[in-house]
Design a protein around this ligand. Sequence first.
Ligand code: SME
Length: 158
Amino acid sequence: MAEDLSILKGSKQEQYESILPQIEGLLTGENNLIANLANISAALKEQFNWWWVGFYWVQEDELVLGPFQGPVACIRIKKGRGVCGAAWEQGKTLIVDDVEKFPGHIACSSASKSEIVVPVFKNGTILGVLDVDSERSAHFDETDQQYLEKIVALIPHN
Ligand code: SME
């Protein structure tokens, strides 16, 4: 089981290369969804210290707040609403450099300036999304997309 994470300083890619196998280790042999989503959120928060990082999970026609790290957040998001609902509807990762310019952005916190939302797939169906918010504009890029998509693909589905 988990011991303390090793938190590496370095480029964004180096940080992902360091945290990715550690997240894989945290998930190995554990299929409890809440535990796994909680540990992924905690590991990413500890490595990158983003403003907010966590999951929304599909429940009927809504996304419902799941495990996260950061300030309290809005609980329910309809399909197509905000960045999370748009990523769910479009079935793809969305990177928003300036959330104020995103039509329908849901401002859970006025501190959030940029955002990336990564869908979690199982057999082509979206189970939920990983949402990351930053207080810096244009904080997220293709490197984040590439690694965060790898990380959510590690989530065991049962
Ligand atoms: N900003 C998101 C809502 C979730 S919070 O950022 C945690 C959105 O527009 O979907």
